[in-house]
Design a protein around this ligand. Sequence first.
Ligand code: ZN
Ligand code: ZN
Length: 329
Amino acid sequence: MTSKLSLWTVRPKPQPDELLSSWMVRAAEMSGQKLHSWCTDRWPGVQLWTRDLDLSAPPQIIADMTIRTAADPELARRTSLQAFEGVLHPAVDRSALARFIRPLGVYHRVRRGFGLWFCPACLSEDAKPYYRRTWRLVGFACCTRHGLVLVDRCPSCAAPVIPHRGGMIECHDCGTDLRTAECLIADASVLQLQHHCQRVLDGAPVQAAGLPDLHPMSFFALLNRLLMLMAAGPRRGRLLGTLDGLLAQPIIRHEEGVRKELRFLPPAVTHEAMRGVALLLRGWPYMFVGVMAEAGIWWSWATRDAKPNQLPFTYIEPVRRYLYTASAS
Ligand SMILES: [Zn+2]
Ligand SMILES: [Zn+2]
């Protein structure tokens, strides 16, 4: 159906960590056409921007982008969040969306949610600014390159970031340059943990003390569970109080901190929670067991918010082994 003759005149290559939607917006910008016309010319009759393209692009779109820009097929495949299947979660379906990927709140061509975050320093440094895959992932609160906490909204009007409406560097609503947003400095332990997570997403083995040869999906399931404990777990106040005694700086309690759904946690709240996760993971499971016992979060509390068979084995095993004391519960 497609041949070399159908290569587009302007052929931007995807960056190794770029989102599909970002790649498409850049391609349209470089062609000089408006995004809507650029898309209609290539895929007449296909409604592209009324869905979360990074999550559920029609396969033909990725195939066309690959062939007609002569892109590396593997790099092109990785622009879709579906590429995280089998690494982050068994399938990038509704349950993955609920636990590992932040939703955009798609409403026609608008986005009402704050699921796409960004690093202003990255956008400033990029020769051609683009949006990274990890800027959609639950628990990934930082830019490991610049050591900053990511930003989830326009610094002037607080609108969500919608590159397909406003372009890569401007707020779609008020035109403010997103690169002027101020960022918090990220904690070193969170940066270190996230750096490792990024390497695991790219295929490196899990290397954490006490977790040798752990499958990436088990690793991310454990992180997700610990993040939930920090954000909204049973006896959360006691847990934070115990951690405060072990951390150089106490964990900041944000008002919106207690939320049952991790995908809606804002960047600063996620970052604070990940400080606790990084500590709990240290020398797994002994730091975790010690902190939980000190906080009085024994078996029944540690499993109160979920059925044990729904909790990751890597979490439930030390809880059962070390925190199961009938008298203490
Ligand atoms: Zn950055
Ligand atoms: Zn704005």
